[in-house]
Design a protein around this ligand. Sequence first.
Ligand SMILES: Nc1ncnc2c1ncn2[C@@H]1O[C@H](COP(=O)(O)OP(=O)(O)O)[C@@H](O)[C@H]1O
Ligand SMILES: [Mg+2]
Length: 438
Amino acid sequence: MSNRPVRPNGSEPSTAPVATHEERELHRLLVEGVRDYAIFMLDTTGHVATWNEGAERIKQYTRDEIIGRHFSTFYPQADKDARKPDHELEIAEATGKFEEEGWRIRKDGSRFWANVLITAIRDSAGELVGFAKVTRDLTERRAAEARALDDARRVAAEEAARREAEVRADELRSLAEQLRQRTAELETQTRDAQEARARADDANRVKSQFLAAMSHELRTPLNAIGGYADLLTMELSGPLTPQQREQLTRIKRSQEHLLGIINDILNFSRIEAGQVVYDLGYVAMRDVVEAVMYMIAPQAQAKGLSFERTESAGWVTAWADKAKVEQIVLNLVSNAVKFTGPGGSVSVACTVVDDERIALRVEDTGTGIPADKLDDIFEPFVQVGRSLTSAGEGTGLGLAISRDLARAMRGDIRAESVLGEGSAFTLLLPSNPPRATK
Ligand SMILES: Nc1ncnc2c1ncn2[C@@H]1O[C@H](COP(=O)(O)OP(=O)(O)O)[C@@H](O)[C@H]1O
Ligand SMILES: [Mg+2]
């Protein structure tokens, strides 16, 4: 260990006026052995004069490396540039001491946070002999403080976030409450609507059932009227005068007409009540057209209409119930004949529309239908240009029935018309059974 003098001129640094050699030696050992503090002397110009174990541990220089070097070595470049080391010595000299905390540099260039105390040392005559410098490494403490500060900040931030979250949660709770109320309202509305719908459905079912029952009951006496009229016409109960025969013909015609109307109503109410069964299969449209034309030909002839069938290129088949298709086509063709005057023409054509559909088109050169009525005529009981009281044929159910039937078989009916020039009704039907889904 060094006994080296603090000052190059060799005078001993001492503040104790009387100290034995042993005391000085103990003191030296004490200072040199301290590990937690760097304790060393600077000469009056700031050059390192002594070094202890703590100094070596904190600043990493060995005694031999550092003795004689200026203490500004321990300062960051910016402090050196600002001549901070010199100022500190000036203050210490003027006031006795200088103390601060600040960054210092180790030998390896790393920084440490130091508590520095510089004390001016004077001899018994008051002459400055150098400076005692005590440095503590507070890096750990500073880091701990920084950690504590961070912790405090984090706690504060967490607290703020928690409060924010509580506010959010309150808002969400109130939104959820509003949503719950709205949902409840909607549920009530839905329930009301469902109840109303169920009531309407019930009423509709009752109406359909009533119509079906009524129509059925009416048919029995009507058939009896027809039967007895036929019996009378056969003169089995005695000869008829020409006048009686004429009256019987009228009875019979009215009976047939009324029976037609009742059959329509029965038909319609059955469809509406979902009581119709469809017997689906491949239907050759050519056969349907032939059968219908055979039935209607006499009426068309009587009116002097040209009645033709446009041959389709190929064999047109539909996937449908044959009897229902006949019923639809009969409705369309009899309408065409009914609403076309003498000298006009009615034509029927079948075509393949695409891979999935075929079409049957009934065209006439008749009265036509006003554009704004084209949709209405498919509604039950709607007849254009006819008041409820005026006498005429039909019930206005034919198209309603026909479209219901077509739609039930995955088809449809479309109408086009030019008033005064004619109409065209197109029946669309699927050409194949529905593909199995997946
Ligand atoms: N080919 C047609 N030309 C002109 N009007 C038509 C034609 N087909 C239907 N209509 C109109 O649509 C109405 C409804 O037809 P429909 O439902 O078959 O009932 P109905 O034949 O019993 O009158 C008819 O009353 C008529 O006004
Ligand atoms: Mg009709």
